[in-house]
Design a protein. Sequence first.
Length: 308
Amino acid sequence: MQLVVVLVVVTFFTALLTELLPGDPVTTIAPFATDEQRDDIRSQLRLDQNVVSRYVDWLGDFVTGDFGEYFNAPGLQGHDVFKDVKKNLPTSMTLMLYVQVLTLLIAVPLGVTTAYRADSRYDRWANGLAFGLVAIPAFVLGTTLKYWFAVRYQVFDTRGWSPLSEGFSAHYKTAVLPVVALAVGQIAAYSRLLRSDMVATLQEDFILMAKAKGIPNRRILWRHALRPSSLTLLTVAGLNIGALISGALIVETIFAIDGIGSLILVAIQTRQYIALQSFVAIVVIIYVLVNFLVDMLYTVLDPRIRNV
């Protein structure tokens, strides 16, 4: 039910926003077409209808798997939006998966160790570094990394995205820089968030009881304290999918990656309203499903939630 409500609200709001844009989108799509050709494109994209009728027709097609037609600016022949989604979506999903995995692999140990050494010199240095990294926008870091490690020293490639099927080495050289550009800010934010929760958890009575029983500190931190401290981190990781998608749009543009972000950007620039609504709907579905999975994981981390 949440998926349906969010999908309808967000996509309809997108349709309203595109309706407010000035100018004729068909002129942008086909600037040198004849009047008859423009009328044909306008009819196929349902731009001759009001926004409500156009949205209802689009929604009916979308739920049946018809994502609409996408008209390239140089030509007049439309092609199926689904083909673009099928080609580009796996790239974006792989990129976001790598970013989340790298973020958690670094942020969780960093958050645990800084909480254990709270108010120490190590904690102060780690917190200061985290604040500095959070302040760096992804597009600034991405541009800097591309210049130094891809253009100047040529350690990594600048040719876009090479899928894993083309070999691990080629895939690795095209994936590292965009993943790092997106992950750095999240690592700092996640580690700071986990540290705050861990510091509070380490003051709980059950932690003092575990220490009194002589349980080693390593086991207390990773077995008893980390689990209840991860709920907030899990929530933020789910909610952060939206910010990750928007950041991926910018990073994909910087590194010339053909992902869902580049499709959204081109759809906005070329006024492809039907395609844009389909792309936004796909992003909404991913966002809601990830947060639904997060809700399910709550019961794994805290069994008390199962009875709520």
